[in-house]
Design a binder for this molecule. Structure first.
Ligand SMILES: C[S@@+](CC[C@H](N)C(=O)[O-])C[C@H]1O[C@@H](n2cnc3c(N)ncnc32)[C@H](O)[C@@H]1O
Length: 344
Protein backbone atom coordinates (compact mmCIF):
# COMPACT_ATOMS: atom_id res chain seq x y z
CA UNK A 1 0.00 0.00 0.00
CA UNK A 2 3.03 2.30 0.28
CA UNK A 3 3.00 4.63 -2.71
CA UNK A 4 6.15 5.50 -4.61
CA UNK A 5 7.84 8.63 -3.23
CA UNK A 6 7.62 11.06 -6.19
CA UNK A 7 10.80 13.06 -5.65
CA UNK A 8 13.28 10.36 -4.66
CA UNK A 9 16.34 11.52 -2.75
CA UNK A 10 18.40 13.18 -5.48
CA UNK A 11 20.80 15.84 -4.23
CA UNK A 12 18.60 18.61 -5.73
CA UNK A 13 15.62 17.27 -3.74
CA UNK A 14 17.52 17.10 -0.45
CA UNK A 15 18.90 20.62 -1.03
CA UNK A 16 15.34 21.86 -1.31
CA UNK A 17 14.15 20.01 1.82
CA UNK A 18 17.22 20.99 3.89
CA UNK A 19 16.08 24.61 4.12
CA UNK A 20 13.21 23.50 6.36
CA UNK A 21 13.06 24.12 10.10
CA UNK A 22 10.42 23.68 12.79
CA UNK A 23 9.92 27.47 12.66
CA UNK A 24 9.25 27.73 8.91
CA UNK A 25 7.48 24.36 8.51
CA UNK A 26 5.53 23.62 11.71
CA UNK A 27 4.77 26.97 13.32
CA UNK A 28 1.19 25.71 13.85
CA UNK A 29 2.52 23.07 16.26
CA UNK A 30 5.10 25.03 18.26
CA UNK A 31 2.77 26.46 20.93
CA UNK A 32 1.77 22.86 21.88
CA UNK A 33 5.35 21.74 22.58
CA UNK A 34 6.85 21.53 26.07
CA UNK A 35 10.54 20.83 26.85
CA UNK A 36 10.12 17.25 28.10
CA UNK A 37 8.05 15.90 25.23
CA UNK A 38 8.83 12.76 23.24
CA UNK A 39 8.18 13.33 19.53
CA UNK A 40 7.99 10.96 16.58
CA UNK A 41 8.89 12.68 13.29
CA UNK A 42 7.45 10.52 10.51
CA UNK A 43 9.13 10.61 7.07
CA UNK A 44 11.89 12.85 8.43
CA UNK A 45 13.90 13.01 5.16
CA UNK A 46 17.10 15.05 5.64
CA UNK A 47 16.16 15.65 9.28
CA UNK A 48 16.46 19.43 9.41
CA UNK A 49 12.93 19.81 10.83
CA UNK A 50 13.65 16.86 13.16
CA UNK A 51 16.80 18.52 14.55
CA UNK A 52 15.10 21.85 15.08
CA UNK A 53 12.17 20.10 16.83
CA UNK A 54 14.74 18.37 19.09
CA UNK A 55 16.09 21.78 20.15
CA UNK A 56 12.58 22.70 21.30
CA UNK A 57 12.33 19.64 23.59
CA UNK A 58 15.78 19.75 25.27
CA UNK A 59 14.64 17.49 28.12
CA UNK A 60 12.70 15.21 25.81
CA UNK A 61 13.56 13.19 22.74
CA UNK A 62 12.81 13.05 19.00
CA UNK A 63 12.70 9.84 17.00
CA UNK A 64 12.92 10.35 13.24
CA UNK A 65 11.75 7.55 10.97
CA UNK A 66 12.15 7.01 7.25
CA UNK A 67 11.05 4.39 4.77
CA UNK A 68 13.94 5.06 2.45
CA UNK A 69 16.87 2.68 2.91
CA UNK A 70 19.23 4.97 0.95
CA UNK A 71 21.73 7.15 2.82
CA UNK A 72 19.01 9.64 3.85
CA UNK A 73 19.22 8.64 7.52
CA UNK A 74 23.04 8.77 7.50
CA UNK A 75 22.78 12.37 6.27
CA UNK A 76 20.14 13.16 8.89
CA UNK A 77 22.42 11.77 11.64
CA UNK A 78 25.34 13.79 10.29
CA UNK A 79 23.18 16.94 10.28
CA UNK A 80 22.13 16.39 13.93
CA UNK A 81 25.77 15.80 14.93
CA UNK A 82 26.91 18.94 13.09
CA UNK A 83 24.20 20.92 14.89
CA UNK A 84 25.28 19.46 18.26
CA UNK A 85 21.79 18.01 18.81
CA UNK A 86 22.01 14.77 20.80
CA UNK A 87 18.41 14.01 21.80
CA UNK A 88 17.56 12.37 18.45
CA UNK A 89 17.35 8.75 17.32
CA UNK A 90 16.80 7.76 13.69
CA UNK A 91 15.40 4.46 12.44
CA UNK A 92 13.97 2.83 9.33
CA UNK A 93 10.22 2.32 9.68
CA UNK A 94 6.97 2.54 7.72
CA UNK A 95 4.20 4.90 8.86
CA UNK A 96 1.64 2.44 7.48
CA UNK A 97 2.80 -0.24 9.96
CA UNK A 98 4.76 1.48 12.73
CA UNK A 99 6.96 -0.74 14.92
CA UNK A 100 6.26 1.24 18.09
CA UNK A 101 3.90 0.08 20.84
CA UNK A 102 0.59 1.88 21.43
CA UNK A 103 0.76 5.18 23.34
CA UNK A 104 4.50 5.75 22.89
CA UNK A 105 4.82 9.47 22.03
CA UNK A 106 3.50 12.83 23.23
CA UNK A 107 3.57 14.19 19.66
CA UNK A 108 3.49 12.33 16.35
CA UNK A 109 4.35 14.68 13.50
CA UNK A 110 4.57 14.34 9.71
CA UNK A 111 5.59 17.12 7.35
CA UNK A 112 4.77 16.65 3.66
CA UNK A 113 4.49 12.88 4.00
CA UNK A 114 0.76 12.04 3.82
CA UNK A 115 0.54 13.67 0.37
CA UNK A 116 2.81 10.93 -0.99
CA UNK A 117 0.91 7.96 0.46
CA UNK A 118 -1.77 5.84 -1.19
CA UNK A 119 -3.49 5.39 2.18
CA UNK A 120 -3.06 8.60 4.24
CA UNK A 121 -5.98 7.63 6.48
CA UNK A 122 -4.29 4.38 7.53
CA UNK A 123 -1.14 6.44 8.20
CA UNK A 124 -3.12 8.82 10.43
CA UNK A 125 -4.64 5.85 12.29
CA UNK A 126 -1.15 4.45 12.91
CA UNK A 127 0.06 7.87 14.07
CA UNK A 128 -2.92 8.08 16.47
CA UNK A 129 -2.22 4.57 17.76
CA UNK A 130 1.33 5.42 18.84
CA UNK A 131 0.31 8.81 20.33
CA UNK A 132 -0.32 8.83 24.08
CA UNK A 133 -3.86 9.59 25.30
CA UNK A 134 -3.97 13.39 25.57
CA UNK A 135 -1.11 13.53 23.03
CA UNK A 136 -1.03 15.17 19.61
CA UNK A 137 -0.95 14.02 15.99
CA UNK A 138 0.13 16.86 13.70
CA UNK A 139 0.50 16.94 9.93
CA UNK A 140 1.12 19.55 7.25
CA UNK A 141 0.80 19.01 3.52
CA UNK A 142 1.11 20.93 0.30
CA UNK A 143 -1.91 21.98 -1.70
CA UNK A 144 -0.39 21.81 -5.14
CA UNK A 145 -3.29 23.23 -7.16
CA UNK A 146 -3.29 26.29 -4.90
CA UNK A 147 0.35 27.13 -5.70
CA UNK A 148 0.65 30.46 -7.45
CA UNK A 149 3.43 32.49 -8.99
CA UNK A 150 4.30 35.54 -11.05
CA UNK A 151 5.37 36.33 -13.77
CA UNK A 152 3.47 33.69 -15.71
CA UNK A 153 5.61 31.03 -17.34
CA UNK A 154 4.54 28.33 -19.81
CA UNK A 155 7.40 26.10 -18.62
CA UNK A 156 6.33 26.35 -14.96
CA UNK A 157 2.65 25.79 -15.91
CA UNK A 158 3.69 22.62 -17.75
CA UNK A 159 5.74 21.51 -14.72
CA UNK A 160 2.74 22.23 -12.41
CA UNK A 161 0.40 20.06 -14.52
CA UNK A 162 2.94 17.26 -15.02
CA UNK A 163 3.92 17.19 -11.35
CA UNK A 164 0.31 16.57 -10.30
CA UNK A 165 0.02 13.74 -12.85
CA UNK A 166 3.20 12.09 -11.57
CA UNK A 167 2.19 12.34 -7.88
CA UNK A 168 -1.25 10.85 -8.67
CA UNK A 169 0.26 8.05 -10.76
CA UNK A 170 2.51 7.25 -7.76
CA UNK A 171 -0.62 6.83 -5.61
CA UNK A 172 -0.24 10.18 -3.82
CA UNK A 173 -2.56 13.22 -3.61
CA UNK A 174 -0.97 16.53 -4.67
CA UNK A 175 -3.89 18.54 -3.23
CA UNK A 176 -3.56 16.94 0.20
CA UNK A 177 -3.57 20.33 1.98
CA UNK A 178 -7.31 20.92 1.50
CA UNK A 179 -8.12 17.34 2.55
CA UNK A 180 -6.39 17.33 5.95
CA UNK A 181 -9.54 17.90 8.02
CA UNK A 182 -11.46 15.36 5.95
CA UNK A 183 -8.71 12.73 6.38
CA UNK A 184 -8.53 13.29 10.16
CA UNK A 185 -12.32 12.80 10.42
CA UNK A 186 -12.07 9.64 8.28
CA UNK A 187 -9.34 8.36 10.63
CA UNK A 188 -11.90 8.58 13.45
CA UNK A 189 -10.83 11.81 15.20
CA UNK A 190 -13.90 13.68 16.55
CA UNK A 191 -14.21 17.14 14.98
CA UNK A 192 -13.95 18.87 18.36
CA UNK A 193 -10.46 17.35 18.76
CA UNK A 194 -9.13 18.74 15.45
CA UNK A 195 -7.68 22.17 14.72
CA UNK A 196 -7.34 22.69 10.96
CA UNK A 197 -5.34 25.64 9.69
CA UNK A 198 -3.37 26.79 6.65
CA UNK A 199 -0.08 28.58 6.15
CA UNK A 200 2.12 29.41 3.22
CA UNK A 201 5.73 29.55 2.21
CA UNK A 202 6.51 32.59 0.11
CA UNK A 203 9.66 33.10 -1.95
CA UNK A 204 10.37 36.65 -3.02
CA UNK A 205 13.89 37.72 -2.03
CA UNK A 206 16.64 37.31 -4.66
CA UNK A 207 18.21 34.51 -2.56
CA UNK A 208 14.89 32.62 -2.14
CA UNK A 209 14.01 32.93 -5.83
CA UNK A 210 17.50 31.86 -6.95
CA UNK A 211 17.41 28.81 -4.66
CA UNK A 212 13.83 27.71 -5.47
CA UNK A 213 14.19 28.23 -9.25
CA UNK A 214 17.60 26.54 -9.43
CA UNK A 215 16.54 23.43 -7.45
CA UNK A 216 13.56 22.93 -9.82
CA UNK A 217 15.62 23.79 -12.90
CA UNK A 218 17.75 20.75 -11.93
CA UNK A 219 15.03 18.53 -10.38
CA UNK A 220 12.87 18.44 -13.52
CA UNK A 221 15.83 17.01 -15.44
CA UNK A 222 17.47 14.65 -12.97
CA UNK A 223 15.26 13.51 -10.07
CA UNK A 224 12.83 10.55 -9.97
CA UNK A 225 10.13 13.01 -11.05
CA UNK A 226 11.87 13.25 -14.45
CA UNK A 227 12.22 9.47 -14.86
CA UNK A 228 8.57 8.83 -13.92
CA UNK A 229 7.25 11.64 -16.17
CA UNK A 230 9.15 10.18 -19.14
CA UNK A 231 8.38 6.52 -18.43
CA UNK A 232 4.66 7.12 -17.96
CA UNK A 233 4.29 9.34 -21.02
CA UNK A 234 3.36 12.51 -19.12
CA UNK A 235 6.27 14.42 -20.67
CA UNK A 236 8.89 14.14 -23.39
CA UNK A 237 12.54 15.04 -22.95
CA UNK A 238 11.72 18.28 -24.82
CA UNK A 239 8.93 19.03 -22.31
CA UNK A 240 11.35 18.51 -19.40
CA UNK A 241 13.85 20.82 -21.10
CA UNK A 242 11.07 23.43 -21.52
CA UNK A 243 10.17 23.13 -17.82
CA UNK A 244 13.80 23.51 -16.79
CA UNK A 245 14.22 26.54 -19.07
CA UNK A 246 10.95 27.95 -17.68
CA UNK A 247 12.34 27.81 -14.14
CA UNK A 248 15.64 29.35 -15.24
CA UNK A 249 14.00 32.25 -17.09
CA UNK A 250 11.44 32.87 -14.34
CA UNK A 251 14.17 32.82 -11.68
CA UNK A 252 16.00 35.61 -13.49
CA UNK A 253 12.99 38.00 -13.35
CA UNK A 254 13.38 40.84 -10.82
CA UNK A 255 9.68 40.61 -9.88
CA UNK A 256 9.55 36.79 -9.47
CA UNK A 257 7.27 35.73 -6.59
CA UNK A 258 6.03 32.28 -5.52
CA UNK A 259 3.31 31.34 -3.00
CA UNK A 260 3.04 27.76 -1.69
CA UNK A 261 -0.07 27.00 0.40
CA UNK A 262 -0.23 24.17 2.97
CA UNK A 263 -3.08 22.63 4.98
CA UNK A 264 -2.37 21.62 8.60
CA UNK A 265 -4.06 19.63 11.34
CA UNK A 266 -3.47 19.22 15.04
CA UNK A 267 -5.49 16.26 16.42
CA UNK A 268 -5.67 15.83 20.19
CA UNK A 269 -6.03 12.20 21.16
CA UNK A 270 -8.90 11.83 23.59
CA UNK A 271 -8.15 10.65 27.09
CA UNK A 272 -11.76 10.43 28.29
CA UNK A 273 -11.87 6.66 27.66
CA UNK A 274 -8.70 6.19 29.71
CA UNK A 275 -10.01 8.43 32.53
CA UNK A 276 -13.31 6.48 32.59
CA UNK A 277 -11.41 3.16 32.72
CA UNK A 278 -9.25 4.43 35.62
CA UNK A 279 -12.36 5.70 37.43
CA UNK A 280 -14.01 2.28 37.08
CA UNK A 281 -10.82 0.68 38.41
CA UNK A 282 -10.84 3.00 41.44
CA UNK A 283 -14.48 2.19 42.16
CA UNK A 284 -13.90 -1.57 42.00
CA UNK A 285 -10.79 -1.16 44.17
CA UNK A 286 -12.83 0.75 46.75
CA UNK A 287 -15.39 -2.06 46.80
CA UNK A 288 -12.67 -4.68 47.26
CA UNK A 289 -10.87 -2.74 49.99
CA UNK A 290 -13.92 -1.87 52.05
CA UNK A 291 -14.03 1.23 54.25
CA UNK A 292 -10.98 0.50 56.43
CA UNK A 293 -8.38 1.19 53.65
CA UNK A 294 -7.34 4.58 52.23
CA UNK A 295 -8.18 4.02 48.54
CA UNK A 296 -6.93 7.49 47.53
CA UNK A 297 -3.44 6.85 48.95
CA UNK A 298 -3.26 3.56 47.08
CA UNK A 299 -4.35 5.22 43.83
CA UNK A 300 -1.72 7.97 44.29
CA UNK A 301 0.95 5.30 44.71
CA UNK A 302 -0.40 3.60 41.60
CA UNK A 303 -0.10 6.82 39.60
CA UNK A 304 3.50 7.33 40.78
CA UNK A 305 4.32 3.80 39.66
CA UNK A 306 2.61 4.46 36.33
CA UNK A 307 4.77 7.56 35.79
CA UNK A 308 7.90 5.53 36.53
CA UNK A 309 6.70 2.82 34.16
CA UNK A 310 6.15 5.41 31.39
CA UNK A 311 9.61 6.89 31.91
CA UNK A 312 11.16 3.40 31.76
CA UNK A 313 9.17 2.65 28.59
CA UNK A 314 10.41 5.87 26.94
CA UNK A 315 14.01 5.04 27.90
CA UNK A 316 13.64 1.48 26.53
CA UNK A 317 12.35 2.86 23.24
CA UNK A 318 15.32 5.19 22.89
CA UNK A 319 17.66 2.27 23.59
CA UNK A 320 15.90 0.10 21.00
CA UNK A 321 16.24 2.93 18.47
CA UNK A 322 19.98 3.27 19.22
CA UNK A 323 20.40 -0.49 18.96
CA UNK A 324 18.67 -0.45 15.57
CA UNK A 325 21.03 2.35 14.47
CA UNK A 326 24.14 0.48 15.66
CA UNK A 327 23.02 -2.77 14.04
CA UNK A 328 21.91 -0.86 10.91
CA UNK A 329 18.54 -2.55 11.05
CA UNK A 330 14.93 -1.56 11.71
CA UNK A 331 13.17 -1.01 15.04
CA UNK A 332 10.76 -3.75 13.94
CA UNK A 333 13.66 -6.20 13.46
CA UNK A 334 14.91 -5.47 17.00
CA UNK A 335 11.37 -6.02 18.31
CA UNK A 336 11.26 -9.36 16.48
CA UNK A 337 14.72 -10.37 17.75
CA UNK A 338 13.76 -9.57 21.35
CA UNK A 339 10.34 -11.14 20.88
CA UNK A 340 8.56 -7.88 21.77
CA UNK A 341 5.01 -7.23 20.62
CA UNK A 342 3.07 -3.95 20.18
CA UNK A 343 1.52 -4.44 23.60
CA UNK A 344 4.86 -4.87 25.42
C1 LIG B 1 8.60 15.38 0.99
S1 LIG B 1 9.63 14.38 1.99
C2 LIG B 1 9.50 15.27 3.51
C3 LIG B 1 10.71 15.12 4.39
C4 LIG B 1 10.65 15.93 5.69
N1 LIG B 1 9.49 15.59 6.48
C5 LIG B 1 10.67 17.40 5.37
O1 LIG B 1 9.61 18.02 5.26
O2 LIG B 1 11.79 17.94 5.17
C6 LIG B 1 8.67 12.90 2.34
C7 LIG B 1 9.47 11.82 3.07
O3 LIG B 1 8.57 10.79 3.48
C8 LIG B 1 9.25 9.53 3.33
N2 LIG B 1 8.22 8.48 3.24
C9 LIG B 1 7.45 8.15 2.17
N3 LIG B 1 6.64 7.11 2.47
C10 LIG B 1 6.88 6.78 3.78
C11 LIG B 1 6.37 5.78 4.66
N4 LIG B 1 5.42 4.92 4.25
N5 LIG B 1 6.85 5.72 5.93
C12 LIG B 1 7.82 6.60 6.34
N6 LIG B 1 8.36 7.56 5.54
C13 LIG B 1 7.90 7.65 4.27
C14 LIG B 1 10.05 9.71 2.04
O4 LIG B 1 11.10 8.77 1.94
C15 LIG B 1 10.51 11.15 2.17
O5 LIG B 1 11.78 11.25 2.76
Amino acid sequence: MTAQYTHGHHDSVLRSHSWRTAQNSCAYLLSSLTPTMHILDVGCGPGTITASLARLVPLGHVTGIELSASDVLQNARAHAAAQGVANITYALDDVLALSFPDASFDVVHAHQVLQHLSDPILALKEMLRVAKPGGIVAARNTDFAAMTWFPESEGISLWHKTHQQVVRSNGGEPDAGRRMLSWALAAGVPKAQITATASAWCYSTPAEIAWWASTWEERVLSSEFATSALERGFATQADLAAMSQGWKTWGAQPDAWFGHLHGEIVCRKKQEARVAALQAEVESLEKELGTHEDAEAIVKKHIKLLHRYNEAKDAAQILIGRLATLKETTVKQIHDELDLRHSD
